[in-house]
Ligand binder design. Structure first.
Ligand code: B12
Ligand code: SF4
Length: 514
């Protein structure tokens, strides 16, 4: 391995393949920011491009001495194309995140290194190994190719139990940080990692583990006091998994009069603790994101969700009693689902007056039991990961055809975000919900247009299959989703001469780090 001097590192979080319900807010994941902050503190020049916030400046990217790319499954194809273009220029490319953690071999076709799992402990050792040209074998969690072209997987990294030792993310690293982060609309703050549950569709426990780790109350409060967010989005997957700790945090927010409206992801069981609910309300909780998933008891059981339909209904009523709004997330398409159960669930959401919902198609994400089962059973219809965005049917369902699952999910969304539902909220003077629902409707209409081609393919197959509707999907040949044409267009405009000059001058100008 040849030593490579490194001064400038660029991170990229590629954009989603399509429009999604949260697109408007341009929220970053914290991974590239955490790693960027660690490297900045070690003296490197760091830039982070979160494409959902601002497009990539490729001149900046090609001027870098190393490039790190983050992935979730739906953004993997675009991430790979960026990696391929950057590696072609001889710049070391390393990748990480929820997709490549489980698909390292696939990723190594496009990049040089994959850091599996959490990477705060492993990023510096990797950068040092690239700089010195030695020591890759000691970087935990690293996957790379040996001289014989075979994959080498170093031992997994241990999960850090002292989250306080990590820096808080430096939002100024994000290029074009104009909305949605830090001092602006919504500030992401993560107080914990991991989740004690084990839902079969979720990658969280596979990356962050089932043991729940959290930052100390003081550490989180410091961050809130420094950032003074108007709106805080606690990024935790299960914000109140340790209720005693959550209560302590909320009490401290109240005592110190931290004025922020906040939202978080919780489970329905928070409502069993009255004191917790009161503290949540008092400390500024405005909106709760809840994985309600289904009103089909068999589906809930199959997902290993550890919650009942009765608990879901009671939780919604209690949360509403506290005047807190709900974003209900549902999953359609488990082996236990059929058209009737989908329609029942959609009606339930309307009947209980949930403020906003997301009816998502079950998505077999690599690393999860759902993925492993479907792969084993030969039910995956496509490996074009850009379709794995919870809006497309990528597997063969059991209780209906692919077309029926696609159609029923779209219909459920349309019914929930109907004009009647929007106007109903206006008449109740609930402007906030009205706006959210109007936005939801816009999202549906937009995604309806963009997924028309996909829907037509499913419909055609369904019709051709005649009576054997349940086999209809098996014959689908998905057309590749075009997620990176614009990259090639951007590259055509690049001033390579200027990049080479700037880079050579920078590397001449001083020692590298380490
Ligand atoms: C906040 C959040 C969102 C936000 C912002 C998302 C965004 N910009 O992508 C919103 C609400 C918009 C959202 C939407 C969606 N999300 Co989301 N989201 C999260 C959540 C809760 C936190 C993300 C975060 O900041 N984590 C904390 C940081 C520290 O972790 P991290 O970014 O993964 O980084 C660490 C490692 O992965 C690694 N790493 C990451 N990147 C890199 C890069 C390099 C170079 C290296 C070396 C290492 C590395 O090191 C980091 C530090 O340890 C995660 C769950 C989770 N706990 O991560 C789900 C999660 C990322 N979301 C997920 C999904 C599926 C979605 C949606 C498709 C579904 C939906 N609900 O509509 C959409 C799609 C969004 C999109 N970009 O297209 C899945 C992704 C799984 C997968 N394999 O694809 C996750 C993991 C949750 C789950 N249930 O499994 N999401
Ligand atoms: S879906 Fe929620 S409760 Fe289930 S394992 Fe994932 S984070 Fe935990």
């Amino acid at each position: 391995m040849i030593p490579t001097p490194i001064k400038k590192i660029v991170f990229i979080e590629p954009k989603s393949p399509g429009f999604h319900v949260y697109s408007r807010w341009g929220l970053p994941r914290l991974g590239t920011l955490m790693l960027g902050t660690i490297l900045k503190q070690a003296g490197y020049e760091v830039k982070v491009f979160v494409e959902d916030i601002k497009g990539i400046n490729f001149e900046d990217v090609f001027e870098a001495d190393a490039v790190g790319i983050s992935t979730i499954t739906s953004t993997a194809p675009r991430a790979y194309e960026i990696a391929r273009q950057v590696r072609k220029e001889g710049i070391p490319v390393f990748m990480g995140g929820a997709h490549v953690t489980f698909m390292d071999e696939e990723a190594l076709e496009y990049c040089d290194y994959v850091l599996r799992g959490e990477a705060e402990e492993t990023i510096m050792p990797l950068i040092k190994a690239i700089e010195t040209g030695a020591g890759l074998e000691n970087v935990r969690g690293l996957s790379y190719l040996g001289n014989d072209g075979k994959i080498i997987r170093n031992e997994d990294v241990e999960k850090c139990t002292d989250l306080d030792k990590y820096p808080t993310p430096d939002f100024s690293l994000i290029q074009g940080n104009v909305k949605g982060v830090s001092d602006k609309a919504i500030t992401p703050v993560m107080t914990s990692r991991g989740c004690p549950f084990g839902c079969t569709f979720c990658t969280v426990t596979r990356i962050f583990g089932r043991s729940y780790r959290y930052r100390s109350v003081g550490n989180v409060i410091d961050e809130l006091q420094r950032l003074k967010p108007k709106w805080t989005f606690f990024y935790d997957d299960n914000f109140a998994a340790n209720r005693a700790h959550t209560k302590e945090l909320l009490r401290e927010m109240i005592r110190l009069n931290i004025k922020t409206r906040w939202s978080a992801q919780v489970r329905v069981d928070v409502t069993k603790d009255t004191e917790l609910m009161e503290l949540m309300k008092k400390s500024g909780c405005y909106f709760l994101y809840i994985g309600l998933e289904s009103t089909n008891p068999k589906a809930l059981e199959a997902m290993n969700k550890s919650q009942t339909v009765e608990e879901i209904e009671s939780a919604i009523k209690i949360i509403h009693r506290y005047g807190i709004r709900i974003h209900g997330m549902f999953i359609f398409g488990t082996d236990q689902d059929n058209i009737t159960s989908i329609r029942r669930t959609a009606k339930f959401a309307k009947r209980l007056k949930i403020e906003s919902v997301q009816f998502m198609v079950l998505t077999p994400l690599p690393g999860t039991p759902v993925f492993n089962d479907m792969e084993r059973e030969g039910r995956l219809l496509s490996r074009d990961w850009s379709y794995y965005d919870a809006h497309h049917v990528v597997f063969q369902p059991k209780g209906m055809s692919t077309w029926e699952l696609h159609k029923e999910t779209a219909k459920a969304m349309l019914r929930f975000y109907s004009w009647g539902q929007i106007i109903g909220r206006f008449l109740k003077f609930d402007l906030w919900t009205m706006i959210i629902r109007a936005y939801g409707r816009r999202f549906i209409m937009k995604s309806k247009r963009t997924s028309r081609d996909f829907g037509n393919q499913l419909k055609q197959m369904y019709k051709q299959a005649g009576d054997s509707v349940h086999d209809a999907g098996a014959k689908i040949q998905f057309r590749a989703r075009r997620t990176s044409d614009d990259i090639r267009e951007s590259l055509a405009k690049i001033n390579w001469e200027r990049i080479r000059r700037t880079k050579a001058e920078r590397l001449k100008g001083g020692k590298t780090h380490g």
